[in-house]
Design a protein around this ligand. Structure first.
Ligand code: AGP
Length: 609
């Protein structure tokens, strides 16, 4: 997730406005920043790695001439956060310059096509192909207008984009376009603006024009013109008045970042499904030849590893060992060796316990693989190979969208390893890949249809003194994650363990009205789980079941239930089944008047041991 901004002013310099607008988009990404303006038919450019304030202190981002310009604040997905990869990016002639938010899935083949035509690239980004494609289009077809060349270029892009492009050939225009990544226009008496999000221009205008997927916009001093990319059909759309305060706008109207990020999961899951094959294949190769694999993480990331251990075992017959990072050195520090592989999972890439475990393993010559949401974090620098979850910054302290993104990437790795090892049939493979692609829509359905029910359940149980979270098989990981969410933001003591363990002790805690959350996908454990539910009911527990829609057996036993769409393979079930638990924790916290974004005693990244 990155932030883009563009403006054409009747009066005044564009650069200071772009700088201020990028600051208001900084929550979307902040590892590098750049601004380009057009003045006297020349592009003026300043960009560098680092947060906006750091780069401004060194380069003075306001000091660029011109009334028209574009800018970008980056969250790296392709290419480390270095100056060379910072946006804006230009073509060979430096006459065309672009900023982009999204993921171009087919950039590798387009890049090699352009390189064969003689185009020289400076960066490792997917974005840089856009100005070069436009350059090539205008070269091979000089009769095209700038906007038409941009339109032709966009038709060749696969993936998500919100982009803004300028050219010295038509220096009074900005052409922008959208597919999946958000894009919105702002208008006022002094100019017209395009941005990734409303906060960018809300302090200077509350008149906004929403841009839809498949639309291209031509900004000029006279205003804006919208048309459909596929056939140039004009689109008439008047500005609407935004009633949000700037503070609300940064959360896109949601009351908290946590609920915004829970609702973002369909999009972030789509982004994780746009992983570059070469990154996934490289990690798969290392896993395939590993003699032992430790998955090392903390908190929610550990729960992703726990779920992944079932995925790797069931799909690829690869035994893996999820280990709490804080325990790794004590538990395995002496035995880890050159034949060991460590898959370290960390949203922030900076968790001290995880990095300490990695350092210990590295000192004993183990191979380090990294999975993180922050490209350029310490974990990416110490890993032999790493992969990003492409979830965009997660502001809420409680991990939500980054958890389901981690699971999606780990599931893709397990599938690839299974394919490489020939461990499951082609039909099973096709089915799992199809179900993985369906998950964004599945999660979207859950959020849309179950949120109200979860609110009621949260109201009903908000005063409970303790919760159980139980599951069997891979759902044990989901239960652990549900427990952590409720503990960390609603401060209710919660206990999670494999449902089969209840009779070995924990069931002694159960008394009348005791809430027990069961995670109940329709998998091999379903029948046994019903027995576990019965043993809890017999002792007066109140059963809250997360079930597949239409599971009449468990509906009849549960006091309350939340339904997720049916047909989800067990190995993928933690992704959709975690969402109701995220919502439950959030709404219980609200019922208790806690701020879910800033839970007491916790930090987003625990950089101390
Ligand atoms: C999860 O909601 C918590 N914020 C916490 O447990 C977190 O998962 C843990 O600190 C690990 O963080 P990391 O993924 O950045 O390494």
């Amino acid at each position: 997730m990155c932030g883009i901004f563009g403006c054409i002013l009747k009066e005044g310099n564009a650069a200071p406005l772009i700088h201020a607008s990028l600051k208001r988009l900084e929550y979307r990404g902040y590892d590098s920043v750049g601004i380009a303006t057009l003045n006297d038919n020349k592009i003026q450019l300043k960009k560098d790695q680092g947060k906006i304030d750091e780069v401004h202190r060194i380069l003075n981002l306001d000091d660029l001439p011109g009334t028209i310009g574009i800018g970008h604040t980056r969250w790296a997905t392709h290419g480390a956060p270095l100056k060379v990869n910072a946006h804006p990016h230009s073509d060979c002639t430096s006459e065309i310059i672009a900023v982009h938010n999204g993921i171009i899935e087919n950039f590798i083949e387009l890049k090699s096509e352009l390189q064969n035509l003689g185009h020289i690239f400076a960066s490792k980004t997917d974005t840089e192909i856009i100005p070069h494609l436009i350059e090539e289009s205008m070269k091979t077809n000089p009769s095209l207008s700038f906007a038409e060349a941009v339109q032709e270029t966009i038709k060749r892009l696969e993936g998500s984009y919100a982009l803004a492009v300028m050219s010295t050939r038509e220096p009074d225009k900005i052409v922008c376009a959208r597919n999946e990544s958000p894009l919105v226009l702002g208008v006022n008496g002094n100019g017209v603006f395009c941005a990734s999000d409303i906060p960018a221009f809300l302090p200077i205008t509350n008149k906004a024009v929403m841009i839809n997927n498949g639309e291209l916009v031509i900004l000029s001093p006279n205003g804006y013109e919208i048309k459909k990319i596929k056939d140039s059909t004009p689109v008439n759309r008047e500005p609407e008045t935004i009633e949000w305060t700037p503070e609300m706008a940064v959360k896109q109207g949601y009351p908290h970042f946590m609920i915004k990020e829970i609702h973002e999961q369909p999009q972030t899951l789509r982004n994780t499904l746009r992983m570059q094959d070469n990154y996934l294949d490289l990690i798969t190769t290392f896993l395939d030849r590993a003699s032992e694999v430790f998955m090392v993480a903390c908190g929610t990331s550990y729960h992703a590893c726990l779920a992944a251990s079932y995925m790797f075992s069931k799909l690829a017959f690869l035994p893996t060992y999820p280990v709490y990072a804080s325990e790794f050195v004590e538990q395995h520090g002496k035995s880890v060796n050159i034949d060991s592989t460590i898959l370290a999972v960390s949203q922030s890439g900076e968790t001290a316990d995880t990095l300490a475990a990695v350092t210990c393993a590295q000192q004993r010559a183990a191979t380090i693989l990294g999975l993180t949401n922050v490209i350029g974090s310490t974990l990416t620098r110490v890993s032999r190979v790493y992969i990003g979850t492409q979830s965009g910054p997660e502001i809420g302290v409680a991990a939500t969208k980054t958890f389901t993104s981690q699971l999606s990437v780990l599931a893709q790795l397990a599938l690839r390893l299974s394919k490489k090892r020939g461990k499951i049939s082609q039909d099973e493979m096709d089915c799992l890949e199809e179900k993985l692609l369906q998950l964004p829509d599945t999660v979207d359905t859950i959020v849309r249809t179950q949120e109200e029910k979860v609110k009621q359940i949260a109201k009903k149980y908000k005063d409970s003194k303790v919760f159980f979270f139980l599951g069997r098989g891979i759902s044990t990981a989901t239960a652990f994650e549900g427990r952590l969410k409720l503990m960390e933001i609603a401060y209710i003591p919660s206990i999670a363990f494999p449902a089969g363990e209840s009779k070995h002790g924990p069931i002694s805690l159960v008394e009348n009205g005791f809430p027990v959350v069961f995670i109940c996908p329709k998998d091999d454990s379903h029948k046994t789980l019903i027995g576990n539910i019965m043993e809890m009911k017999a002792r007066g527990a109140h059963i809250i079941a997360v079930i597949e829609e239409g599971d009449e057996q468990i509906k009849a036993l549960a006091d309350d239930y939340i339904e997720v769409p049916k047909g989800i393979p067990s190995v993928l079930s933690p992704i959709p089944f975690a969402v109701p638990l995220q919502l439950l924790a959030y709404y219980v916290a609200l019922e208790k008047n806690y701020n879910p974004d800033m839970p007491r005693n916790l930090a987003k990244s625990v950089t101390v041991k």
